[in-house]
Design a binder for this molecule. Structure first.
Ligand SMILES: [Zn+2]
Length: 95
């Protein structure tokens, strides 16, 4: 685990993030998110990525992570940042 990496501007760290998150480096993050949406998987997005993805377009809606919790600390599906506060999105038809 590399829970706390503050400098995401270096190439080495970006490659690490790509390797850790699943998709090969060079994968367009937007298409990765579309894949998750096509599979109706939960999507977690950090505050930086939230404005870049439109959940309504994919039939998703933002959900509370738990009673009283709007966000969960985890790994962002948008940029791969670990240990970020992420909002959770779920497919609407699941609920
Ligand atoms: Zn992000």
């Amino acid at each position: 685990m590399f829970a706390i990496l503050r400098d995401w501007t270096t190439r080495a760290n970006r490659l690490k993030a790509a390797a850790f998150n699943g998709p090969a480096s060079g994968t367009v993050r937007g298409s990765w998110l579309s894949d998750l949406a096509a599979l109706k998987k939960a999507v977690m997005l950090c505050w930086q990525c939230q404005p870049k993805w439109k959940p309504e377009k994919h039939g998703y809606a933002r959900r509370m992570v738990g009673p009283g919790y709007r966000e969960a600390r985890g790994e962002c599906d948008g940029c791969g940042a670990a240990n970020e506060l992420c909002a959770m999105y779920l497919p609407k038809e699941r609920h």
